[in-house]
Design a binder for this molecule. Structure first.
Ligand code: C2E
Ligand code: CA
Ligand code: CA
Ligand code: CA
Length: 275
């Protein structure tokens, strides 16, 4: 029994050491990537479920490593958050997104994801304002997606950030709704214009009637409060029909398009505007 215990300790030690080494490697690589233009911003359409038209593009960061290939944001965003690099990275993404949005028709918005750290950082709203100003983008065309984890602690900096930018006309969306510690009080406290229902709800709609009932209830609440409800991760026509029937007003997912580089986003827009 004794030797078994020891072996187990070693196993965990190795696993942890490996994981830490991997993080450090990502960190070093990411520093280089920021300097050497290995990052780019892709855009995924968010579509009006009634008209089928693109209302917003969500900006999603992409990393194409010269040797390792594409690295997922799910892998490097947490590292960027831990190391504080998210501040530089996030401001860069917002600036890029604002610049690209200026090339679209004025009724198409752009959404960016902000991590809690970015919002709590001193002078956080300045990074956003600078990006808007540099691009000359109307603040009303910018949407900021935040997750519930941000709101758990009722932080003064967060409240200030949201109210300062809301005053300029920037809109806020509650991302990944249904995955975290959802509380209706957030929706009551913060001026969200959108709620994005997480993909896990959308994909389980066909299986269970319960998730359908939940989406329906959220959509009903949204329409009463004047918020749009976005169904995330719509992958096929059945899901599209289901979320539409449940009352979602907007949809996003592979059924419509994956995130694409800016030149393809422009083509998507020009196609729908020609017809
Ligand atoms: P998210 O904000 O929930 O973004 C949606 C994710 O779902 C994206 O993954 C998108 O490519 C993926 N997706 C969209 N439609 C579908 C679908 O129909 N099926 C499936 N299976 N997936 C779909 P991505 O780009 O890998 O990003 C993952 C997460 O990384 C994002 O989740 C977001 O939390 C974070 N992230 C991405 N870009 C940024 C950024 O610039 N800043 C920050 N702070 N976080 C970012
Ligand atoms: Ca998002
Ligand atoms: Ca999401
Ligand atoms: Ca997510």
């Amino acid at each position: 029994a004794k030797s078994k215990g020891r072996a187990q300790t070693c196993f965990f030690d190795h696993a942890m050491t490996r994981q830490m080494a991997k993080r450090r490697e990502i960190e070093a690589d990411l520093r280089k990537a920021l300097k050497q233009n290995e990052l780019s911003v892709f855009f995924q359409p968010i579509v009006d479920l009634e008209s089928g038209r693109i209302k917003t593009f969500e900006a999603l960061v992409r990393w194409f490593h010269p040797e390792k290939g594409e690295i997922s944001p799910a892998e490097f965003i947490p590292v960027a958050e831990e190391t504080g690099m998210i501040l530089t990275l996030g401001n860069w993404v917002t600036a890029q997104a604002a610049k690209v949005a200026m090339t679209w028709p004025a009724d198409v918005n752009v959404a960016v994801n902000l991590s809690p750290l970015q919002i709590r950082a001193p002078g956080a709203s300045l990074g956003i304002k600078n990006a808007l100003q540099a691009a000359q983008l109307d603040p009303r065309r910018l949407e900021i997606e935040v997750t519930e984890t941000l709101l758990i602690e009722d932080n003064h900096a967060t409240t200030l950030f949201i109210s300062e930018l809301s005053e300029l006309g920037v809109k806020f969306a509650l991302d990944d709704f249904g995955t975290g510690f959802s509380s209706l009080s957030y929706i009551n406290t913060f001026p969200f214009s959108k709620i994005k229902v997480d993909r896990s709800f959308v994909s389980s709609m066909q299986v269970g009637r319960r998730s359908e009932a939940i989406i329906r209830a959220v959509a009903e609440m949204g329409s009463t409060l004047g918020m749009e409800i976005v169904a995330e991760g719509v992958e096929d026509i059945e899901q599209l029909q289901a979320v539409r029937a449940a009352g979602c007003t907007l949809g996003q997912g592979y059924y419509f398009s994956r995130a694409v580089p800016d030149h393809l986003a422009a083509i998507l827009l020009s196609k729908e505007r020609d017809s």
